[in-house]
Design a protein around this ligand. Structure first.
Ligand code: CUA
Length: 334
């Protein structure tokens, strides 16, 4: 175990939003509208019921000390009772139909996003991390990353959702509603971000011990910045340019790291863990559990169970010299 202080927060350089009541795209805006309508209607129903309750208390006959109140005085003509039941039923039904119409209207608004020019992403849920494959008909345009999504502002994104093990759920509250990721099935969700920012997504279906530490930073960028990022992600890893980094790569390729991780451009082809080709360009480690910096990376490699008990990553207490070289190498994978 290292003595270095470990920050358990994600990068504080940019404000990270996670708030369904602050819509940043058309899908979230439509859901926010439905939420407001439901809140308003339920507030009216609540107010009417409280007023009726207070009225009933005020009109209730009071008994004198030692005697029961005369409930017979509450008797109403049968026609009036029928009228109250009838109107109560009609008004409740109208309220429910209004909610149904608002729900259908919202669902239609959600389906309206034009997906012809959409960015296509396949997001695969794992216990407890995210694999993101950016798809394209052109094989040279495809790439894979992990534990982060980047989107171009103002352009629809179609995310097809899969799971490698149990049911997970993608939820980016600022951008859209929830959608389950079900093993053996493919579901889809459309997103669009209208403003640049970092929106925190969270797995929203209990999927085991580290469900709470299954976060996904979603960064919406200006289209030019996004294209620049995507172009860098499509390239294989850079060739180490110093002796330390070359040694770090040898440590990486010579141990069990390669059983689980891929680094494009090397012999590492494992698929059980996150693809590390451009690992150093990501804001967080271990699906949002740690900020991606050198101290956290070292602490994570030495003892992952300290931060995420139950995670599949085994402990790797490398000798100090190997560890520094490995960190130098991993930090060069921009
Ligand atoms: Cu994955 Cu909860």
């Amino acid at each position: 175990m290292t003595g270095t202080a470990v920050s358990t927060q994600t990068a504080a350089t940019q404000q990270v939003l996670q708030n369904a009541l602050q819509p940043e795209g058309p899908q979230a805006q439509a859901i926010f509208g439905l939420w407001n309508f439901t809140l308003a209607l339920c507030t009216v129903v609540f107010a009417v019921i409280v007023l009726a309750f207070l009225y009933a208390l005020w009109r209730a006959p009071r008994g004198h000390a030692g005697t029961a109140p005369d409930l017979g005085s509450l008797a109403r003509p049968e026609r009036r009772v029928h009228g109250i039941v009838l109107w109560g039923t009609v008004i409740s039904a109208v309220g429910l139909v209004m909610l149904l119409v608002a729900d259908v209207w919202t669902a239609r608004a959600l389906a309206r996003l034009p997906l012809k020019e959409a960015v296509n992403i396949e997001l695969v849920g794992h216990m407890w991390w995210w694999e993101a494959r950016y798809l394209s008909d052109d094989p040279t345009q495809r790439f894979t990353t992990a534990n982060e999504l980047r989107l171009p502002v103002g352009r629809p994104v179609l995310v097809s959702l899969k799971s490698r093990d149990v049911i997970h759920t993608l939820w980016v509250p600022n951008l859209a509603g929830k959608r389950d990721m079900i093993p053996g099935r493919s579901t889809t969700i459309a997103l669009q971000a209208d403003r640049p920012g970092v929106y925190r997504a969270q797995c929203a279906e209990f999927c085991g011990l580290e469900h709470a530490l299954m976060a996904l930073p979603v960064t919406a960028q200006a289209p030019a910045d996004y294209e620049q990022w995507a172009a860098a992600q499509r390239k294989p890893s850079v060739e180490p340019d110093t002796d330390r980094r070359r040694r770090g790569r040898d440590v990486f390729l010579g141990t069990t790291c390669v059983m689980c991780h891929t680094v494009a451009g090397t012999t590492a082809r494992g698929t059980l863990g996150p693809d590390l080709t451009h690992f150093a360009s990501r804001p967080t480690l271990a699906a949002g559990a740690l900020k991606n910096d050198r101290a956290n990376l070292q602490a994570w490699i030495v003892d992952p169970q300290r931060f995420k008990p139950g995670a599949n990553m085994p402990a790797h207490p490398f000798p100090a010299d190997d560890m520094t070289a490995l960190l130098d190498y991993l930090e060069s994978l921009k």
